[in-house]
Design a protein around this ligand. Structure first.
Ligand code: ATP
Ligand code: MG
Length: 442
């Protein structure tokens, strides 16, 4: 059997599931015990009451059979019926076909029919369907059919309402108590989920493990893990910037001595090499800075866009900006320097490779997206993953004249996106070139 379909009906939250696991047996047990008890109680009382009615009816039929003339039998029946609290009649023209009719859900009706059939030896028809409050019985006698209409109250016990009400009230009370207890148990788990989520987005929030042993253990493990990751990030950043910084001094000295040399083809080559090394060091340094040492800040999106656009004003290639109306006032939480650097890297790539460059800002409930589109050569889908790696320069020949970079621009942007819990996506642009999207969660 495949129970996969059942899954879609199950509660999704831990709270809902625990509540179900807790309450299902309780409610089920109450229902089962209650129903069985009521059923038993009902059936027994009904049997006893019906049995005495069956005796009365059987006696009436006996009396009628013992009288010879029909009018006399009928008269006797009426005198006889008065104290019985039921309507009796005799129909000479009618013969009884044995039958029993009841609604399928009429459980006590089954007991009534069974008991009457056992108590009456003559052909009998029993009808519980025609009227709800009456039991219609027909019994075959010498003089035709003996009709008896018996009030339902004489043969079956009424509902034990109190018991049902008590069961429902107790169930509700139990449920409320369990909800209260469960809430307290689940709060620490929610708390742990919250700080883990925040850390995924690059925020380190204060957290003290609480709750049941297992949850607390997971909490401490999370804290240890977080500390280790933070330490590693810091070490990596320190090392990268340290190395780059230390290399700068000898490089500057080299540049100085080169400047003092006579100008030859050889020194020119060397100067170009030194320049390239300097550019690489710049790249390392900004790669190192791209890491998450900067603090999160909440600021209007407009301020951030101003900072980005400012840097590209001086260029003769225009940067087209597409921003949804009113988005400028929306407050966003991020590392401004890092995000500005990442978006600038994307724009700089586009400016290198294309003539038309467009920066599009997208805002949804969950994400903030910066998309840079261009009409350049683009990157083939197969090369996109490669392009995101540090020091990856695709087709170096293509870039040579345009002042080739180190190959860190996209890697830095991807790193910034990741440190915010987001991602960098490369795709085809409707403009014809590359579309690079920096997608950050809000
Ligand atoms: N908009 C673009 N159109 C076409 N190719 C691109 C585009 N952006 C990036 N690329 C390709 O992806 C490669 C990697 O880009 P990335 O920005 O990481 O490095 P870079 O631009 O070469 O150097 P850096 O940005 O560090 O100065 C580039 O060398 C280029 O070949
Ligand atoms: Mg670049």
């Amino acid at each position: 059997m495949n129970f996969a379909w059942l899954k879609s009906y199950m509660p999704r939250s831990f709270f809902g599931r625990s509540l179900m696991i807790l309450l299902f047996p309780v409610v089920f047990l109450q229902l089962a015990v209650g129903l069985v008890f009521i059923q038993r109680h009902f059936a027994q009382v009904t049997q006893q009451m019906t049995h005495s009615v069956a005796l009365e009816l059987d006696y009436a039929a006996d009396v009628i059979d013992s009288i010879d003339s029909f009018p006399e039998a009928r008269l006797t029946l009426f005198t006889f019926a008065r104290p019985f609290d039921m309507r009796l009649d005799l129909r000479q023209d009618k013969t009884v076909t044995p039958a029993a009719r009841r609604y399928f859900y009429d459980i006590s009706g089954k007991a009534i029919i069974d008991t009457l059939q056992a108590g009456l030896t003559r052909p009998t028809s029993i009808d519980l369907v025609r009227e709800r409050q009456w039991v219609h019985v027909e019994i075959q006698t010498r003089h035709g059919a003996l009709l008896a209409d018996i009030p339902r109250g004489r043969v079956s016990a009424s509902n034990p309402h109190q018991l049902l009400v008590l069961m429902v009230v107790i169930s509700i009370l139990l449920t409320l108590v369990s909800i209260l207890f469960l809430r307290n148990q689940i709060r620490p788990i929610r708390e742990l989920a919250r700080v883990s989520e925040a850390f995924g987005k690059g925020r380190s929030e204060s957290y003290t493990p609480r709750g049941a042993t297992e949850v607390r253990r997971a909490g401490h493990a999370f804290l240890a893990m977080r500390a280790r990751i933070e330490r590693q990030i810091e070490q990596r950043t320190r090392m990268l910037s340290g190395v780059s910084h230390d290399l700068r001094t000898p490089l500057t000295r080299l540049k100085l001595s080169l400047a003092m040399q006579e100008e030859t083809a050889e020194t020119q080559d060397m100067r170009a090499d030194v320049q390239e090394m300097e550019a690489m060091l710049e790249g390392f340094l900004s790669f190192a800075r791209g890491d998450s040492l900067e603090d999160m800040e909440t600021l209007p999106l407009g301020d951030l866009l101003d900072r980005i656009v400012q840097g590209w004003k001086r260029l003769d290639k225009p940067l087209a900006l597409v921003v949804p109306s009113g988005a400028g006032d929306t407050r966003v939480t991020l590392r401004p320097d890092a995000v500005v650097r990442a978006v600038n890297n994307l724009i700089s790539n586009a400016m290198h490779h294309a003539d038309t460059v467009q920066l599009e800002v997208g805002l949804s409930d969950k994400t903030l997206t910066f998309t840079v589109q261009d009409d350049g050569p683009g990157i083939a889908p197969a090369d996109r993953e490669e392009a995101l790696k540090p020091f990856a320069r695709l087709d170096p020949a293509r870039n040579q004249n345009s002042g080739s970079g180190v190959g860190l621009g996209l890697a830095i942007a991807a790193d910034v996106a990741r440190s915010h819990g987001g991602r960098l996506e490369l795709a085809d642009s409707p403009l014809g070139g590359l579309s690079a999207s920096l997608i950050l969660p809000r």
